[in-house]
Structure formats: structure tokens, C-alpha cells
Design a protein around this ligand. Structure first.
Ligand code: CO
Length: 495
């Protein structure tokens, strides 16, 4: 009976809601083991570490949090070494995590709707938000950092994943100062004589918004920091770089702080998408000597993530996943009950920003619902050909990510591998082969939640033979709740 039901569901939809919801169960346990249950073979040449971050807890001692973006950050580390793989996960011991675990209840308001018990009286004028360190994890300058865009990073021990404290980059950041969760890595920075550098930004929103740009050298030191004021409230999650510019999209939203201050709504619930307002592309020179910020307007749309950007003559080309509109985070709603079909899918668009005549053209590149773009690390900020993303199984409509798509931007060819009906996708990470003989010579690594077994798989795809399916599927002993972002490093941290 159950089987029949499922089969009939698949014919209309590629997934079953109960299956999808299983990926939003908490994982409270911390593991440390070699992965033995493997289908296929781990390529011997694949050596290094994949770090992932995301909400590990969707409840505090049974008290459900309101939105997964409010979940405590949990780091997963997958080490590839000599044809084998090792798994370890640990929660980031933020002050709030430690306090709440001790108290056994929610003590902090979350940005995306989690409130303390007791209604608005318990939450009124409580601006103490929780730095949950759950959005990204990077390894740079010998430091493993868990990032959350509204406050300072947490420093972790790469060997043990132990939380060592907060990171201020030798006093460059002040206490509680924001540091974005989407740094970009310039493989060859012109301002630093061709040395690699990491570029990041932070946002201080208000009636006008301060955008700060940070650039860090390989030693992890901040070598450039400059701030710019732009008109209006900004909700900006990601940005893109080229050799000369940082590009940020100011999404068309309005923020009404009153319900937040009164404790009736969380900050994220006070942001309203404005379909009649334009999206603004903010172009900031990376060279601190050049202070002129340019703002170009384009059609309304909401962008969380950019794939890449590059300069071409008078233009900056930027590829971004854009939503026609964005629903509000509702105070009474349960994200597990989201009506996928009622929402607009994220789609890949190419924006051409003409800095001479201040015009923006845009064309749709991929209409399939997609998110979490990834490219060859050496192509960051440069003209590139291949792009990898999480995608829906079906070509049209909005649905959970169940597949991965490779897009050839030169020929328009698309290759897809789908884990439907019971597999659910996440951010893919492209890892170049050490021989680096071509832009798609390498592997795509990703976590896939397998609802049939209530566990997650680490999936290894050969980027050149993408639609042939994984060369290896590593079955973990447990699931990992749907995560956000991560990064790969060639270094190995286990003995
Ligand atoms: Co993101």
C-alpha cells in the first residue's frame, strides 16, 4: 500500500514530503570514524579535506526552532586520504550553544523567527541575537573558521574541531563586528603581485548601509579594509569579485524594525520583498585608493548567491541565482509545511553591467530550480566555462534540490545527475585534479540525504562524466541535517 502511494507520487512529483522532512531532524551526536560502507571506489588521487557547516540542531531539548537558519552550527569534516575517507562532526561551542545546552531550553531570539518561550513579553526589546556560526566554514591562513554573517567568526582546531574562541584578526574586527559568510578567494591578486588573497565583506544595515570590504593575505592578515556608505537598507548575503571590483546586489526589500523591537517578530520576519523596487548592483573598487562606488539598477529580483563574475571590456558579467520574488518568513508558519509549488524557483541569470552607460542587461541561463553554485577555484573573478549547482529533479517548477547540474556556459550543454526520488541534494564543491589539465578536470563532492535509510551519503562525481553518476557513494552511519556551505582544502588534518 505504501509502495503504491509512493509510486503514484513520483509520477507527479519527484519527491515525497515526509522523505524531504527527514533531512530536518536534529543530529545531536558527535562522531569520529573511518567510513567503511562504500559503493564504488574513492579515487586515490583525491586527497584533502571537505569541511561543511550547517544547522545541526533543529530543536533545543525538544523545543523546535522556527527556521533552519536559526539552528546551531555543526561542522562536518570528511578527510580523503590514500583511497579512504574519514568522518568527524562537532558542534561549534558558541557561548549561546553552551548556555542553551546547559539550560535545556531556548534562551536567545533567532534572526529567522525563533523566539524565547513566553510570547512577546519575554522577547520585547531583547536585541541579544545568537551568533550561531552555522553558515560557512573556511580554511585560510592556517585557520579553520566557522562563519555567520552578522558577527565575528569562530576559530576551530582543524585537528580536533574544538572551538578555540572568536577570531578578530589581530584586532581588525571589534567585538560583535560582522564578517560575511561568503568570502571569495582570488587565486592571483593583482594588488598583491599575483599572490592569492581572500576577499570578504560585511554589512551594517540602517537607513543607509555601511559596506566594509576586507582583503586577507595567505598568512591570514587583513591587508586592506575600506568602508563605503550606500543609500537604503541592505539585505546582502553574498557578493562576487573580479580583479578590480567587488559587486553586491542590494535586494529590493524594506525593513520594518518595530515588530522586532516589540518582540512580536524576529528580525528576518520584518523584511519584506518589494516587487516594484529595482534591484541595485553596487560596484566597489577593490583598490582602496579608488573610492568611487557605482550603483546600477535592474529589474526587481532577489539574489542570495552569485556563481561568479568577470570583466569584459566596459562590462562586468555576473552570474547569479535570482528569485522573481521572495516570501516572508511568517511567524505562525512551519517551514516543514512549505508549499513548494506556490513559490518561485531560483534560476540562473547572467547580468551584464555596463559601467559606461550604467545599464544592465540580463538573460536566463538555466530555468530549472537551482541553488548553491560552485566553480573551479582558479576561475574566481575570471572568465570561466563550467558551473556546478544543486538543482531540482524536474525541469520546471519549484521543488527541493534532488539533483546536481553541470552547465557548460560556452556551448550551453547541461549534464544532470539526480538522486530522486529519495535522495536530496546540497551544495556541490568542485575539487580540481592535481594535474589540473582542464577546467572540468576534477571531482564534484556533495552530501546527499538518503531518506530511504535516514542517513547521508558523501557523493563523488567525476566532473567530466557528470551524468554517469557517482564514482563513489560513501554511506555515513547517520544523517546530516541539510547544510549550508563549505570548502575543500588539499591539507589533511588527521594522523
Ligand atoms: Co549562502
Amino acid at each position: 500500500m505504501k509502495l503504491d502511494n509512493r509510486t503514484s507520487t513520483i509520477s507527479e512529483k519527484s519527491y515525497n514530503r515526509d522523505d524531504w522532512q527527514g533531512g530536518y531532524e536534529s543530529l545531536s551526536q558527535e562522531y569520529d570514524y573511518w567510513i567503511d560502507d562504500i559503493e564504488g571506489e574513492i579515487p586515490k588521487e583525491l586527497e584533502g579535506t571537505l569541511f561543511r557547516n550547517g544547522p545541526g540542531l533543529l530543536d533545543i531539548n525538544g523545543q523546535r526552532i522556527h527556521h533552519p537558519f536559526d539552528g546551531d552550527g555543526m561542522i562536518s569534516r570528511i578527510t580523503f586520504f590514500n583511497g579512504r575517507a574519514h568522518f568527524r562532526n562537532r558542534f561549534v561551542r558558541t557561548d549561546a550553544y553552551v548556555e542553551e545546552q546547559k539550560a535545556g531550553k531556548i534562551l536567545y531570539r533567532g534572526v529567522f523567527g525563533t523566539q524565547k518561550a513566553g510570547g512577546w513579553l519575554a522577547n520585547i526589546f531583547d536585541f541579544k541575537l545568537k551568533n550561531i556560526a552555522n553558515t560557512n566554514v573556511i580554511y585560510w591562513g592556517g585557520k579553520l573558521l566557522a562563519l555567520w554573517e552578522a558577527a565575528e567568526p569562530h576559530l576551530l582546531d582543524a585537528q580536533t574541531l574544538e572551538t578555540l574562541g572568536k577570531e578578530y584578526f589581530n584586532g581588525v574586527l571589534s567585538e560583535g563586528e560582522a564578517f560575511g559568510a561568503h568570502p571569495r578567494f582570488d587565486a592571483s591578486c593583482a594588488l598583491d603581485g599575483g599572490a592569492p588573497c581572500m576577499v570578504n565583506f560585511s554589512i551594517k544595515p540602517g537607513l543607509s548601509t555601511t559596506i566594509t570590504i576586507f582583503e586577507l593575505n595567505l598568512a591570514g592578515e587583513v591587508v586592506r579594509k575600506h568602508a563605503h556608505s550606500v543609500p537604503g537598507f541592505c539585505f546582502i548575503h553574498d557578493f562576487a569579485i573580479t580583479p578590480n571590483y567587488c559587486i553586491l546586489f542590494q535586494n529590493p526589500v524594506k525593513f520594518n524594525p518595530i515588530p522586532f523591537a516589540l518582540g512580536m517578530r524576529a528580525a528576518g520576519e520584518c523584511i519584506k520583498f518589494q516587487p516594484s523596487m529595482p534591484t541595485r548592483a553596487i560596484v566597489i573598487p577593490r583598490n582602496p585608493q579608488q573610492k568611487e562606488v557605482q550603483i546600477l539598477e535592474t529589474q526587481s529580483g532577489f539574489v542570495f548567491h552569485h556563481a561568479n563574475a568577470f570583466e569584459q571590456g566596459e562590462e562586468i558579467i555576473i552570474d547569479s541565482i535570482c528569485y522573481e520574488s521572495l516570501p516572508e518568513v511568517e511567524p505562525e508558519s512551519d517551514f516543514r509545511q512549505v508549499d513548494f509549488e506556490a513559490l518561485k524557483p531560483g534560476q540562473l541569470w547572467r547580468f551584464s553591467l555596463n559601467l559606461q552607460d550604467k545599464t544592465v542587461r540580463r538573460i536566463l541561463i538555466e530555468g530549472r530550480c537551482c541553488e548553491f553554485p560552485s566553480i573551479h577555484p582558479d576561475k574566481e573573478g575570471r572568465q570561466y566555462r563550467y558551473l556546478y549547482m544543486g538543482a531540482a529533479h524536474a525541469e520546471t517548477g519549484n521543488a527541493p534540490l534532488q539533483a546536481f547540474v553541470k552547465v557548460d556556459l560556452e556551448t550551453g550543454e547541461k549534464q544532470l545527475w539526480s538522486a530522486a526520488p529519495q535522495g536530496f541534494a546540497s551544495e556541490p564543491i568542485f575539487v580540481p585534479h592535481l594535474s589540473n589539465s582542464g577546467e572540468d578536470d576534477g571531482w564534484v563532492l556533495a552530501l546527499v540525504y538518503d531518506a530511504a535509510h535516514q542517513r547521508s551519503d558523501v557523493v563523488i562525481l567525476d566532473a567530466r562524466n557528470f551524468n554517469q553518476g557517482p564514482v563513489a557513494r560513501l554511506h555515513l552511519k547517520h544523517h546530516i541535517p541539510y547544510g549550508l556551505h563549505g570548502n575543500f582544502t588539499n591539507e589533511v588534518f588527521i594522523k
